[in-house]
Design a protein around this ligand. Structure first.
Ligand code: CO
Length: 191
């Protein structure tokens, strides 16, 4: 089932998230819905808070970055991250333009370190430690930020932030065009 993605300004995007256990009810269905929702919106990552759940889960499928075959390492980069912990980040910070399904229409440069060591449970609840670099690491850092209540717009320079303030308000009010299902915090439910 395709779920609505909550927009910038929705409190759950800033909430503290909870770890889940192996017996979490309907976990497989939840993950299935998350993938379906992510694909329907053409995203490369989706975190549980973005569908309104304050849980420590995110999914990624960065194979879309390999459409031009220039990033073969991303061709099979599809993962489920449950209760993840970024154990280490290293390397010289690099800039890359990021976007977010909860913040449609805005893309800004964000600086992050290129190398990540992450520990997490996969969809079978196997504990995994993985070292990930480059764009894949960036996708993970962006999604990990979501379960820490952080958005990429928090990390851009103050001038750019001031320039996009009006756009962010428009997103919260739903005054934007978007071609996937969303829920906006400042739009009252229709009666
Ligand atoms: Co995002």
């Amino acid at each position: 089932m395709i779920l609505p993605i909550v927009a910038y300004g929705t409190p759950v995007l800033r909430e503290e998230t909870k770890e889940i256990d192996e017996n979490h009810p309907d976990l497989n269905l939840l993950l299935e819905d998350m993938f379906e929702t992510m694909y329907a919106s053409k995203g490369v990552g989706l975190a549980a808070p973005q569908i309104g759940l304050p849980l420590r889960i995110f999914i990624v499928d960065a194979s879309g970055f390999n459409e031009d075959d220039e990033h073969p390492e991303l061709a099979d980069f599809k993962r489920v991250f449950i209760n993840p912990i970024i154990v280490e980040e290293s390397g010289k910070e690099w800039k890359f333009e990021e976007g977010c399904l909860s913040i449609p229409g805005i893309r800004e440069d964000v600086s992050r370190q290129p190398n990540v060591v992450i520990e997490y449970y996969n969809e079978k609840f196997e504990l995994i430690e993985e070292t990930i670099d480059g764009i894949a690491a960036r996708v993970i850092q962006h999604e990990y930020d979501h379960i820490e209540g952080v958005l990429f717009t928090d990390k851009i320079n103050p001038l750019r932030k001031r320039l996009i303030k009006g756009k962010l308000n428009d997103i919260a009010k739903g005054n934007i065009k978007v071609n996937y299902r969303m829920k906006f915090p400042l739009v009252k439910a229709k009666h």
